[in-house]
Design a protein around this ligand. Structure first.
Ligand SMILES: [Zn+2]
Length: 117
C-alpha cells in the first residue's frame, strides 16, 4: 500500500508518524490499543491519540470498545470479534451477514469456552 497516497486521498497530510501508524495498522491481525501503538512508535500517547481521532474522523479508522479500552483497526479491514469478559481474549469470528451496509465493527461479548468450564 502506498501510505502517502492513501493519506492524501483521504485529505490527511502525510507525516512520518502518520505513515508509521498506518503502516503498523496495516500489518496487525487484531485491533490494537493506543498503548500498544505508543510502545511501537516514538510518539507520546497524546500525539498518537490525536492522530487516531483524526483518522477516525476521516473514516479510515474504526474503533471498538471493550472493557473500557479502545482498539483500532483500518476501516477497510473491519472484522467481527468475540471478546471474553473474563480473560479479555479477542477472537476473530465470521462477520454476520447483516442486511445493512456500512458496518463498522462487530463486537460480541460473552465468556469463552475455557473460562466457562
Ligand atoms: Zn475467557
Amino acid at each position: 500500500m502506498d501510505i502517502k497516497k492513501f493519506l492524501n486521498e483521504h485529505g490527511i497530510t502525510p507525516t512520518s508518524l502518520r505513515e508509521e501508524i498506518i503502516n503498523i495498522l496495516s500489518n496487525i491481525e487484531k485491533p490494537i490499543s493506543c498503548d500498544e501503538l505508543v510502545e511501537q512508535t516514538s510518539a507520546n500517547k497524546t500525539t498518537i491519540y490525536r492522530n487516531l481521532t483524526l483518522f477516525e474522523e476521516k473514516n479510515i479508522l474504526i474503533s471498538s470498545e471493550t472493557n473500557r479500552k479502545h482498539f483500532y483497526e483500518l476501516a477497510k479491514e473491519a472484522k467481527a470479534y468475540f471478546v471474553c469478559d473474563k480473560c479479555h481474549k479477542m477472537e476473530e469470528i465470521t462477520m454476520p451477514n447483516l442486511d445493512k451496509k456500512h458496518v463498522k465493527s462487530v463486537v460480541i461479548k460473552g465468556i469463552c469456552d475455557e473460562c466457562y468450564k
